[in-house]
Design a protein around this ligand. Structure first.
Ligand code: SAH
Length: 379
């Protein structure tokens, strides 16, 4: 994190065990470690403390000891944009070339934060803007949770337990494929949903995947959040083309993993996302096939009008067609809300996120590090 000193570690994003180990290494006596972790978590995640001095009920010398070893550094805000519809988008940075976006979508009955899991993406879905940005790297738990903390700071949304909080839901639907960064996403979501952490109910957290089939069961067992699947096509031939991970894990295997997803039930339905691409996947025959395909799975269908971006090879389906498609799905008994596009004017809508970050070649990076090192040396 940029605000951390050169040798200090941020305590953000450390799981309980990791934080215990860090405190022990900083000289906190074993018998106090558990209590200290609880106190620190409470200050960090319930009260949003940004520095140790804010932790007014903890002894001064303990606070000083913490400040000597650790920081509570958050990602730096590069830009904040506010859409005419109230959607907000932050571009955050945690190091040279490590930039990623987070989007807050206020609605009448909830406020949803859309969080990124990677800088760039490996999946190259044809209709997705992020898919045109090569993977730079996975985000760390500190960077994933940092997005939540920055948004809550900006929205003045502390303490986390206050009634009427702004961030009521979190969706892992920003940049990247969360199941290709499983360990870090898991650590972050466990803290997000821990009663001593940010205390968001698992029902209010949704992880969206393009279909990394081997990780779906683990996500259910170890994270236990809601699941969303970026389906987008009902035939392998088309899905191979628009969601290329389908070549590795075809529709049948994907749906099998959904059928056995731990915790899926009528009250905890799996969301199937379906982007409406004009004359590509939006025929009424497709709608009927979709309904058939999902038979037997506790499902919700989320129709997403395609959000355009510069150079995109598709158009959004006509509104009348989306309505007809939705009617077939609804008649078959599926709730199928059409996702109202939010934040299009600031390129914050689904699939529009992208940062300028590019992966540096190792040689360029090494050269830059070396010259920085030289610059730090006494002359
Ligand atoms: N990689 C994960 C997380 C991204 S979620 C996944 O694929 O599920 C973002 C959602 O927006 C996905 O359903 C994605 O397919 C969809 N999407 C991508 N580009 C879009 C666009 N241009 N218009 C509408 N939806 C889009």
């Amino acid at each position: 994190m940029p605000s951390s000193g050169p040798d200090k570690k941020s305590l953000i994003g450390l799981g309980a065990d990791e934080m215990s180990a860090a405190l022990a290494a900083a000289g906190i006596p074993d018998k106090n470690v558990r209590m200290r972790v609880r106190q620190l978590w409470n200050w960090i995640y319930v009260h949003g403390a940004r520095d140790f001095d804010a932790m007014t009920n903890l002894a001064k010398d303990f606070r000083a000891q913490m400040a000597e070893h650790f920081t509570l550094g958050r990602p730096e805000i590069v830009t904040e944009q506010i859409s005419t519809d109230g959607t907000r988008k932050w571009l955050l940075r945690t190091g040279p070339g490590i930039e990623f976006e987070t989007v807050y979508i206020p609605e009448e009955d909830r406020g949803t934060l859309c969080v990124s899991s990677q800088v760039g993406c490996t999946l190259t879905c044809r209709f997705c803007h992020t898919g045109t940005q090569k993977l730079v790297r996975n985000l760390t738990p500190a960077e994933i949770l940092g997005q939540v903390l920055v948004a809550k700071d900006a929205l003045d949304d502390w303490p986390s337990t206050a009634p009427g909080r702004s961030v009521t839901n979190v969706v892992m639907m920003g940049m990247g494929e969360p199941l290709y960064n499983f360990d870090n996403v898991k650590t972050a979501l466990v803290i997000l949903t821990d009663g001593d952490g940010l205390a968001l109910s698992k029902r209010r957290v949704t992880l969206s995947t393009a279909g990394v089939v081997p990780m779906i069961a683990r996500a259910g067992a170890e994270i236990g959040s809601g699941l969303a699947i970026s389906l987008h096509a009902v035939r392998d031939e088309l899905r191979d083309e628009i969601v290329p991970i389908n070549k590795k894990y075809p529709i049948k295997e994907l749906l099998e993993a959904c059928r056995t997803y731990p915790g899926a039930s009528n009250s905890r339905r799996i969301t199937f996302e379906y982007v409406m691409l004009k004359d590509v996947n939006d025929s009424l025959a497709d709608a009927r096939a979709l309904v058939k395909l999902l038979a037997g799975i506790p499902a919700k269908i989320n129709l997403i009008p395609f959000n355009a971006w510069p150079g995109a090879p598709y158009e959004c389906s006509d509104w009348a067609q989306i309505e007809k498609f939705a009617e077939i799905v609804n008649k078959a008994g599926y709730a199928s809300p059409v996702r109202t596009p939010r934040g299009r004017d600031i390129m914050a809508a689904c699939g529009q996120l992208k940062s300028e970050s590019v992966k540096e070649r190792a040689s360029t990076r090494l050269a830059a590090e070396k010259s920085a090192q030289l610059a730090r040396m006494p002359h």
